[in-house]
Design a protein. Sequence first.
Length: 230
Amino acid sequence: MCGRFTLASQVSDLRDLINFAPETMPGELPWRFNIAPTQPVLAFRSDMNSLNPVPALFQWGLVPFWAKDITIGPKLINARSETVNEKPSFRAAFKYRRCIIPVDGFYEWRKASDTGKKIPWWIHRPDRKPFALAGLWESWDKDGTGPLETCTILTTHANAFLEMLHERMPVIIEPENIQKWLYTSSADTWPLYSLFNPVPDDFLKAWPVSTRVNSPLVDDPELITPLAEA
């Protein structure tokens, strides 16, 4: 599961992760500490002309091209990688419209043993640098107002470190595999399944944070402060 995430990275750090031209960035992006479903998401998709990924803004929550309306989007914020090639909502996008979604952390909730209250945890790299999540995107235009571009984040089974928080985790694409994820031919997507294994246990660390993150209306740097320091 991945239902909230953060992106508060410098463009230079994003370029260290993804090889893209900085002038293609869609304006000055604000730092975000509580990105929620239905909100705009920065992603990078393939560009067959340059073979360098290009940035785009997608609405989080996939709306398949065949959907009657956009209400399905919030139900499709995640896609299980194990069945992505089988599900009608995802299989066309998996074949033709893959993307990378950069994040520098994501949230997961764990029930406290003493109170039973769900406490959010912020999960991130030890160096706080951004990392790449596997995504899919779609373009929908059934109401005549112009195309709506949306995305979803792929998930896999959790590694041993994250099992304490949730049985699922996002599919993280290592930098050396970004080109493979974006540019593998639609005629043979089986090589992509090797990318769905969870990252090593030491790739990420986590700490509990304030329940203020529960509201998607709250978005400030204090959300990622360790709970003991909040």
